[in-house]
Write a protein that binds this ligand. Structure first.
Ligand SMILES: Cc1cc2nc3c(=O)[nH]c(=O)nc-3n(C[C@H](O)[C@H](O)[C@H](O)COP(=O)(O)O)c2cc1C
Length: 321
């Protein structure tokens, strides 16, 4: 599949995650093989009202071709924000129709949009008419079990001019519980002419391969599986390409985490980056030797140097002893 000249050879996408997929983390995932990355979700209204902090979330890394995700419920503000964000030269605009958090849903945003397929279509049409880049949609299978209407919403947005849809195999009511299902994704793929991206619970190469085989989807999006494991994309790429996967070494992992720390501090300043990095460091430490003790150390990290030291202790425990 191809989006605005960006070729997804292996169909590997990093799913957008608020508070996670910032510039520094996206760059790492791209290095390991993520071919299509999307920013954290960005409030359309906040962009329209000139909130600088919000707009900063849309800033790409140097040379990065990234899609910008916006959320909101009013076609006018969605289109206005999308046009405003073109200054960051996004590869595409992605529209959030899947966010389950109560604050979003109460305002009729995110997954609440799926309750109104006509509005979903109107938002895509208006955004599309305001920008000269493709417009994609990220959605769930429906709002709840009684309203599993991904197929209807997907058709609406396709008719309105969407370039692709990415479907997470859960309803809003499920939040992140249980297992993501694939039957709905399969039916969406069968009914649409535009590319369909499958999302939900991809944690290893075999999951990506079975997602494509079972649904026919054109690409897969990985969210939580990449937290603390950006190197997972190297495994996915190898498996998809039918190559032997040579596991990322401790040296390579440390180099990646050190790069993450340095880039986050350079991009945001230590006062913002360090508190955010603590959660990444905790994810990086998962499953490692002495991870409980490492997580304790992570909570008290206050400087770039301390973050780098903890990272070193994670991947070279013998040096720390
Ligand atoms: C911490 C977190 C933040 C998320 N933020 C967003 C977001 O900003 N926009 C969006 O469309 N989906 C968001 N999602 C949903 C993910 O993109 C993805 O659809 C979901 O996690 C299922 O995929 P996974 O099983 O691979 O994690 C978020 C998920 C998590 C866990």
């Amino acid at each position: 599949m191809e989006i605005n000249g960006l070729k997804l050879k292996n169909g590997l996408m990093l799913a957008p995650m608020a508070g996670v997929t910032d510039m520094a983390f996206r760059a790492l995932c791209a290095e390991f093989g993520a071919e299509y990355c999307i920013t954290e979700m960005i409030s359309a209204k906040a962009v329209c009202f000139g909130d600088k902090k919000t707009a900063a979330l849309a800033r790409p890394a140097e040379g990065e071709r990234v899609a910008i995700q916006i959320f909101g419920s009013e076609p006018y503000y969605m289109a206005k924000a999308a046009a405003e964000l073109l200054k960051y030269a996004p590869v595409a605009i992605d529209i959030n129709m899947g966010c389950p958090v109560p604050k979003c849903v109460k305002s009729g945003e995110g997954s609440a949009l799926m309750k109104n397929p006509e509005l979903c279509g109107r938002i895509v049409a208006e955004v599309k008419s305001a920008v000269n880049v493709p417009v994609g949609v990220k959605m769930r299978t429906g709002f709840d079990d009684a309203h599993k209407n991904a197929l209807e919403v997907a058709k609406r947005v396709e008719d309105a001019g969407a370039a692709y849809v990415c479907v997470h195999g859960r309803t809003r009511a499920q939040m992140y519980s249980g297992c993501a299902e694939r039957d709905t994704l399969k039916s969406v793929k069968a009914a649409l002419s535009i590319p369909v991206i499958g999302n939900g619970d991809i944690k290893c190469g075999a999951d990506a391969v079975s997602m494509v085989a079972e649904t026919g989807c054109d690409a897969v999006a990985v969210g939580r599986g990449a937290m603390g494991r950006p190197w997972m994309f190297a495994e996915l790429a190898a498996v998809i390409e039918g190559r032997e996967y040579i596991p990322t070494t401790a040296e390579e992992k440390y180099a990646a985490v050190a790069k993450h720390i340095r880039a986050a501090v350079a991009n945001k300043g230590a006062h913002v980056a360090i508190p955010e990095l603590r959660k990444h460091l905790a994810w990086y430490s998962k499953g490692l030797y002495g991870s409980a003790a490492l997580r304790n150390r992570v909570t008290s990290v206050c400087t770039e140097r301390e973050a780098l030291d903890v990272a070193e202790a994670m991947f070279f425990p013998e040096k720390a002893e």
